[in-house]
Write a protein that binds this ligand. Structure first.
Ligand code: SAH
Length: 347
């Protein structure tokens, strides 16, 4: 077996570690070895992206969902969720405000909501692209037919976020109802990539029942898929779900995984997520210092923000978009990195 530093050096030299070394890398750390890991991750991100941190405007346009994922606060059976949908006009208003604040990527995220037929999504995507041809549009609306993904891409959608949630079959089944499968989720990711999207997968850290072996599978799946983006954040319980009483994911483990992903896939776009900012007041800054290079402030209208509660205590649900950007700008500057106004495409 290698020692802690050898493992990190091997990873930084783009060597592929065997499973037992990856497990040790994930589980056997000290504050010193983590600091060394983060330093290597910062070097790797700076070699590709310099000091830039890209921002994506997140528009949470519907919290209706036909799915019943056990962890999610907007699952079908969460009776406490007050449901809402944004009209195309409201979405375009968010983009207009966001454009003025410097956003050049808009992320449309929502539950799997049948109201938004292919036709409606196509109209929204082409509406945004017509008005803002210099901006990227990212969709994050779950599993759909390949034909639909193709049509959205033709209409101008550039990117697609679909976290795989966990790459272990048995673990996947403990987080989702029987009608959802890891096989289908992975197939969607492969289809999206083939179609030509910049694709993002990802997983929750510390979700109930998660073992280091599962995280190794997540890393291996990422390496095999070669996504352009990887979204990871700690699991945070939501009171109105079957996982209400479960423990939240850990800060250190999340940071360590961000750094490991950065070293394994130096070119990947890696957000310091809102969930990370929720479990620690400086979580996003710490994420940036562990190799993340993207932030996704909320652009949703203020009156719906509290309704898009994927988990309890979600931050930034009371602020206006402009305040969020200013606050993030300061936070990023405090790390020595720089929030930039750019589409921030994969390099
Ligand atoms: N319906 C879309 C968007 C899902 S919400 C889709 O299926 O892709 C975006 C992400 O939030 C999910 O992929 C999940 O990883 C994360 N999420 C949901 N509930 C969470 C919780 N309780 N804690 C942390 N992250 C959560």
């Amino acid at each position: 077996m290698m020692d802690r530093k050898q493992r990190i050096d091997a990873l930084a030299n783009e060597q592929i570690l065997p499973e037992e070394e990856l497990i040790a890398l994930i589980t056997d750390a000290t504050p010193e070895s983590d600091e060394y890991l983060f330093e290597q991750a910062r070097k790797a991100r700076e070699a590709v992206y310099g000091k830039a941190v890209y921002m994506r405007g997140l528009i949470e346009f519907t919290n209706y969902c036909k799915n019943d994922c056990y962890y999610c606060g907007i699952r079908r059976s969460a009776m406490g969720a007050e449901r809402y949908r944004l009209s195309e006009e409201q979405i375009l208003d968010c983009c207009e405000a966001g454009y003025g604040l410097g956003f050049r990527t808009f992320v449309l995220q929502g539950g799997e909501d049948g109201y938004y037929t292919d036709e409606r999504i196509l109209s929204i995507v082409s509406g945004i692209k017509e008005k803002y041809p210099d901006c990227a549009v990212t969709l994050s609306i779950g599993e759909r037919e390949r034909d639909s993904y193709e049509a959205f891409f033709k209409a101008g959608a550039d990117r697609y976020l679909l976290r795989h949630e966990t790459a272990d079959e048995a673990h996947y089944r403990t987080l989702h109802p029987p009608e959802l499968s890891l096989t289908h989720r992975k197939q969607c990711l492969r289809d999206l990539k083939e179609i030509g999207y910049q694709v993002g997968c990802g997983f929750m850290v510390g979700s109930p029942g998660q073992k280091a072996e599962h995280l190794v599978k997540d890393l291996q799946f990422i390496h095999e898929l070669q996504p352009h983006m990887v979204g990871i954040g700690p699991f945070v319980p939501h009171h109105d779900t079957p996982f209400a009483e479960e423990a939240q994911g850990g800060l250190e483990l999340t940071l360590r995984l961000l750094a490991i992903i950065r070293l394994m896939e130096p070119h990947v776009l890696l957000p310091a997520t809102t969930a990370l900012g929720t479990i620690d007041p400086r979580g996003r800054e710490k994420g940036i210092l562990a190799g993340a290079n993207v932030v996704m402030p909320n652009l949703s209208p203020q009156d719906v923000r509290k309704k898009y509660m994927l988990y309890d205590n979600k931050i930034c649900t009371g602020d206006e978009a402009a305040e969020c950007v200013k606050c993030l700008e300061r936070r990023i500057a405090s790390t020595g990195y720089e929030l930039v106004c750019d589409r921030g495409d994969y390099r």
